[in-house]
Design a protein around this ligand. Structure first.
Ligand SMILES: *Cc1c(COP(=O)(O)O)cnc(C)c1O
Length: 207
């Protein structure tokens, strides 16, 4: 398992892994499991039985929100008011407060999910008005890395947006987590301020 500096939280990116593999990684010290698919999460939760917190890190579809809010402890990929409102509405029904990260499309890729950096503060402000959702930071993927250092500007710009929002001191917003960096890029991400990294291959091996 990757050894991370103090203060950096590991999310086991578990897509496509068998529940037994995930259970083993949790036993080896993974406290947070990240899942991209709601259905897959159900099987994993069955296997790990409360031994780890569950974070949703995939693209959340509106028709999956009801199920997702019952399963996850955090949703890292809120990128529109529409999806935030649906999370809020479904959480209100089960009297739950959902911590969320806002996903930033730092690479400005048209096909990718996430909100553009310049639109992020306004989205955070709107989400902050919801009563059953609490913004706890930002998440970004960045474009597919060709070389590790190519990722640095995307992480740095996300960090700048993060700091600006934190300085604004909005009510019902707690800028605690900056989730960025995957197996190929987590060291650069940490150098640029990430305090949460999402590792798949580095932990589980190649898929
Ligand atoms: C798969 C995935 C990861 C981990 O990717 P690796 O390259 O296997 O470390 C991190 N974040 C998200 C959102 C993912 O889908």
């Amino acid at each position: 398992m990757a050894s991370l500096p103090a203060g950096v939280e590991l999310v086991l990116a578990a897509k496509g892994r068998r529940p037994e593999e995930v259970l083993e990684a949790v036993g080896a010290g993974g406290a947070i499991v990240g899942e991209n698919y709601v259905q897959e999460a159900e099987a994993v939760i069955g296997a790990i039985g409360g031994r780890a917190r569950m974070h949703f890190i995939g693209h959340l579809q509106r028709n999956k929100v009801k199920m997702a809010v019952g399963l996850f402890d955090m949703i890292q990929t809120v990128d529109s008011v529409t999806i935030a409102r649906e999370v809020d509405r479904r959480c209100a029904q089960i009297a739950k407060m959902m911590p969320v990260l806002v996903e930033v499309n730092s690479g400005r890729e048209p096909q990718k999910s996430g909100v553009l950096p310049e639109d992020t503060p306004a989205l955070v402000r709107e989400v902050s008005l919801l009563t059953h959702v609490r913004v706890m930071g930002l998440m970004t993927m960045g474009p597919p890395a060709t070389g590790v250092d190519d990722m640095r500007p995307y992480f740095a710009s996300t960090r700048q947006v993060f700091d600006a929002i934190a300085r604004a001191g909005l009510a019902n917003v707690e800028m605690r987590y900056l989730s960025m960096g995957m197996s190929d890029s987590y060291l650069v991400a940490i150098a640029e301020g990430a305090n949460m990294v999402r590792l798949g291959r580095e932990v589980f091996g190649d898929r």
